[in-house]
Every structure is written in structure tokens, then in C-alpha cells.
Design a protein around this ligand. Sequence first.
Ligand SMILES: [Zn+2]
Length: 77
Amino acid sequence: MATAAVPTPSSATTSAPPVPVRIPVREVLPWAVFMGALMLFLIYFVGAEQGATAIFSGTGVHEFVHDGRHLLAFPCH
Ligand SMILES: [Zn+2]
């Protein structure tokens, strides 16, 4: 009766060790600043636009983000 060959660490095929990917901070920093500014802009619209402050008149933005505002525990009404 033949037994199934169970691979062991010593019998496994060897491959080249993984090479770590280098991500230079110089290339990532502008995108991080841009995404941070974009997130601050979005959190302003969800949390404060047409509530505490208003760039646009009316209630369109407020109604559009109203559920998100309550979900994130911003004071609303
Ligand atoms: Zn509300």
C-alpha cells in the first residue's frame, strides 16, 4: 500500500526569497497630503456644511449627507 507523499519543509521546492517592495516617502507624501485634504473636505461637508457653517445656500447638501452626519455623531438638530 502506497502512502501519499506529504510535503515537508525540506522537500518543498525552494524559491528565491521575497524581495521587499520599497516605497519611497518622497513619492507617497504628495498623495498622502492630497488624500488628507480631500478627506478633510469631505468630513467638512458631512459634518458642518449647511449646519454650523454654509458655503452653499439651501438645504440640498444637508439633506444629502444627513444620515451620514447622524451616523458619525455630528450634532445636527
Ligand atoms: Zn439630523
